[in-house]
Unconditional design. Structure first.
Length: 156
């Protein structure tokens, strides 16, 4: 998430990766692979992340310093950004669904359909839980028959 905002920098990739699973311990190799950077690149700045109290090192493992004020702010920011993005996406989807067709356009669309449905019969089927099972071969045959009927209708 931070990469979209701050850019495709190795430090951002590492922080973004470690924030995904903040309680886990990582080796340098795991961090490099997970962040999709080289081990050499990670080696060039991992001590800076330790000095900034973003990471803690214990033996050969690294983990997020959950007591760090910086880390707490990063976690809070990540949650807030995710909520903003989610709200924005919901607004966009509401706009798309709400403005797709007005009532007149929807009515015109429904009236343009070439087949008739017996609503009472369909409701009875649903209420009685009726299902029709056919094989793929039967389905293909029906589909081909429908195509030939449609093409013969177009000739008339």
């Amino acid at each position: 998430m931070y990469e979209k905002i701050f850019g495709n920098y190795p430090q951002v990739k590492v922080i973004n990766y470690i924030l995904i699973n903040p309680k886990r311990e990582y080796t340098k190799k795991q961090i490099a692979v997970g962040a999709k950077i080289s081990r050499v690149t990670l080696d060039s700045f991992i001590t800076d992340l330790i000095k900034l109290d973003i990471l803690e090192k214990e033996k050969s493992k690294y983990r997020l310093n959950l007591n760090s004020k910086i880390v707490k702010i990063l976690v809070d920011a990540q949650v807030n950004i995710a909520e903003l993005i989610m709200k924005d996406q919901l607004k966009k989807s509401e706009i798309i669904y709400g403005e797709a067709l007005n009532d007149d356009e929807f009515e015109e669309f429904m009236n343009s359909l070439d087949y008739e449905v017996d609503i009472d019969e369909e409701i009875d089927k649903l209420e009685n839980n009726e299902h029709i099972t056919i094989t793929r071969e039967e389905y293909e045959n029906l589909k081909n028959k429908q195509k030939s009927i449609n093409s013969s209708d177009n000739l008339c």
